[in-house]
Design a protein around this ligand. Structure first.
Ligand code: C2O
Ligand code: CU
Ligand code: CU
Length: 479
């Protein structure tokens, strides 16, 4: 085989700190809870819970409309590079799997039929599903064995950009191609002329197009996971968005990579982020430099300018400059549709959370199993060891996570959205929720959330090689 290793295991010191969002960091002037009229000091946590009210719904009524999908896992061959076909694992023979599009309130009924030689499950990333529809073996679902079927049924609670993927041996199953997008449309469309999804993934291919089939290499496990040697959007190297000058586009970017983090660079285009991890932001902000960690999504709003040259969207996270896709302006100009950028004005501020005590804390570290295999741990335990963290339902919870390692960890919580409230002890003013947050080497972050969805959920690193080496734990919400 050709030595087609990606540029990985690079020194972490060379990682650019392109955390543009953190540019909004401010030192809070919050001086502790004020005295209430009765003379007691109000509980800071209660105030923070109050701030959350109305941020997003606890439930969403079903319209009664049911969207049925069949997702059949099967081995197939696709053309990613010109030098030869790539054998992949797919939903319905395609990568990405079919895009599922529903309207908010519609019920998704997805039948998984497993045509793979091993068990699998589907997780609906970012969707607040009933706990037993969440797809995590050993946490909330039985594995679906070869030849078996399982019916997932849920009514998404939030509109936005979500995705589905295998939650079984992700370091191999995701890498082989088992992912697709799930778009939940708003009840009333905003008025974009096109609504386009790019699922961004990198592939580690041999020169002849075959996938390098050594998964979970110890070097990848102990470093930043498996990084590919090519980057694709929707599994193609030549993904193009064609639009007339003046068209106003909603472009949804999903990081479906096992391990690679991106910082999409739109060059001269003027691009605003309107949603992060599916949820509308409090106020739109410039997309340049936004760090898109594995699992995360951004929705951007852009108006296509008149241009003779394609606008290439690059990855600028570590300077490798992979092209993700391009935007071609062609045809007669049209009048740009005018409407206010969609936002969620009810995103809580939570700057006061810097002074609240952490309710729970984790330290992430690398160790070795008894057999010498590398193991990633939360508080010294590799999954399935460790006790579930208990979150109080309907109340503000603050969780601290310390990355006691030299590598990146995109931490993802199932079934909940949270806000980053501090980084390295400094208050962070991110005007949006997330379901995944990237921890830089040595970094400590604190997140705040009001848990609304009951059940036992997974909390894990979205670098699949880390998760499969133990970097997963669980938490409970409610009884
Ligand atoms: Cu997208 Cu538990 O994962
Ligand atoms: Cu998830
Ligand atoms: Cu990790």
């Amino acid at each position: 085989m050709g030595e087609s290793k990606p540029a990985q295991g690079r020194s972490i010191r060379s990682l650019p700190l392109v955390l543009a969002v953190v540019a909004g960091v401010m030192v809070t002037a919050f001086a502790g809870a004020a005295l209430l009229p009765d003379g007691s000091s109000g509980s800071a946590a209660a105030d923070l819970t109050d701030e959350f009210v109305g941020a997003y719904p606890a439930t969403t009524p079903a319209t009664g409309e049911v969207v049925e999908v069949l997702l059949q896992t099967q081995i197939a061959a696709i053309d990613v590079v010109e030098t030869g076909a790539t054998a992949v694992w797919t939903y319905n023979g395609q990568v990405p799997g079919p895009e599922i599009r529903v309207r908010l309130g519609d019920t998704v009924r997805a039948t998984l039929v497993n045509g793979l030689p091993e068990s699998t499950t589907i997780h609906w990333h970012g969707v607040r599903v009933p706990n037993d529809m969440d797809g995590v073996p050993a946490v909330n679902q039985e594995p679906v064995e070869p030849g078996e079927a399982f019916v997932y049924e849920f009514t998404p609670t939030d509109a936005g950009t979500f995705w589905y993927h295998s939650h079984t041996r992700g370091s191999e199953q995701l890498e082989r191609g088992l992912y697709g997008s799930l778009i939940v449309e708003e009840p009333e469309p905003f008025g974009y002329s096109q609504d386009v999804t790019w699922m961004i993934d990198d592939w580690l291919l041999e020169a002849d197009g075959r996938l390098v089939e050594q998964f979970r290499q110890p070097h990848d496990v102990t470093h930043n996971g498996r990084w590919g040697n090519i980057v694709t959007a929707n599994a193609r190297l030549d993904t193009v968005l064609r639009a007339a000058p003046g068209e106003r586009i909603r472009l949804r970017l999903v990081n479906a990579s096992n391990a690679r983090t991106y910082a999409p660079d739109f060059g001269a285009l003027d691009v605003d982020v309107i949603a992060v991890d599916g949820m509308l932001v409090g106020a739109p902000f410039d997309a340049s430099g936004f760090v898109l960690a594995p699992g995360s999504r951004i929705d951007v709003d852009l108006v296509v300018p008149a241009a003779d040259e394609p606008a290439v969207v690059f990855d600028n996270f570590n300077g490798e400059g992979f092209a993700i896709g391009s935007i071609i302006s062609e045809g007669d100009p049209i009048a740009t549709s005018q409407f206010p950028v969609p936002t969620n004005p009810a995103v809580p501020d939570w700057t006061g959370a810097v002074d609240a005590d952490a309710d729970h804390s984790y330290v992430v570290s690398l160790g070795r199993a008894g057999d010498g295999w590398p193991q990633w741990r939360f508080n010294g335990d590799a999954f399935p060891d460790g006790e579930p963290m208990a979150l109080t339902e309907g109340e503000f919870n603050k969780i601290q996570i310390l990355n006691d390692s030299q590598v990146l960890h995109p931490i993802h919580l199932h079934g909940q959205f949270f806000k980053v409230v501090t980084r390295n002890g400094v208050s962070v003013d991110e005007d949006f929720f997330r379901d995944t947050v990237l921890l830089m080497p040595g970094e400590t972050i604190e997140i705040g959330l009001v848990a609304l969805d009951a059940g036992t959920w997974a909390l894990h690193c979205h670098i699949q090689e880390h998760a499969d080496a133990g970097m997963m734990t669980t938490f409970t919400v409610g009884a």
